[in-house]
Design a protein. Structure first.
Length: 247
């Protein structure tokens, strides 16, 4: 019997097996390296893009998904000063009443919601957190997403002014089926520019934000009507809560 046959019979490794194992180990190392690089890019890229978005008009991850799935989307970017004051105020007073005062994260609200719900919740998300989530992250709730959202929001609040943060949010927020931003929403629902929205129309659009897939400003449910009236009342009393929106 040859030496090779004897080695195989005794279960000892042969040169071919060792070479195959070495190739597999090298392949695993290559893939681990690629995954590590990809993870690093995913982590670092938002911190590079946030300063760029001081000047560049971003799109949301949902908008990118609509393009990749050949659905398309409607979005017309408008400057913050070309949006009706009532629309800006309605979103702030319905989504994040402390927007002008916090550092990107409303820590008191976050702690209260975590104690109450025992987990991540939209109720703890500021406009800044929702903006970075829409631009950089995925929509489903999880501790992982929230863990990424918080440092991104703190960083964005350092780089962007409050006006720029709100301008981005009002141009990327989902407000209907493949409809993003208040200008596209104003045209889609009310056949007018966002600059022409009255306070009632603005409140109806703001009331749809938590779930635009099923909340239609043109056909509001009883709950939506109630919420829109609350938003209108808050806007009328907003005062210092919206001072940071002034030019």
């Amino acid at each position: 019997m040859s030496d090779l046959s004897e080695a195989m019979a005794e279960g000892e490794p042969v040169a071919g097996d060792e070479e195959a194992a070495a190739v597999r180990r090298a392949g695993r190392r290559i893939w681990l390296k690629r995954l590590s690089v990809a993870a690093a890019v995913v982590v670092v890229l938002p911190f590079v893009l946030v300063p760029l978005y001081l000047f560049v008009r971003p799109v949301s991850t949902l908008m990118v998904w609509d393009l990749l799935t050949f659905q398309g989307y409607s979005r017309t970017w408008v400057a913050l000063d070309d949006i009706a004051p009532g629309m800006k105020q309605a979103v702030v007073m319905s989504e994040d009443g402390q927007f002008c005062f916090h550092d990107g994260v409303d820590w008191a609200q976050l702690r209260a919601v975590l104690r109450r719900d025992g987990g991540p919740s939209r109720g703890a998300s500021t406009i800044t957190m929702q903006t970075v989530k829409n631009v950089f992250l995925w929509p489903s709730r999880s501790y992982v997403r929230k863990g990424l959202e918080i440092p991104l929001a703190l960083y964005a609040d350092l780089v962007w002014s409050k006006r720029r943060t709100l301008e981005i949010y009002l141009n990327i927020a989902e407000l209907g089926p493949n409809v993003y931003g208040v200008e596209a929403a104003a045209q889609y629902y009310f056949k007018k520019s966002a600059s022409k929205l009255n306070r009632h129309e603005a409140a109806l659009i703001a009331a749809a934000l938590p779930n635009p897939a099923i909340r239609n400003p043109l056909k509001p449910s009883r709950a939506q009507k109630t919420l829109s009236r609350i938003i209108e009342r808050r806007v009328s009393q907003s005062g210092s809560y919206v001072e940071c929106l002034a030019p």
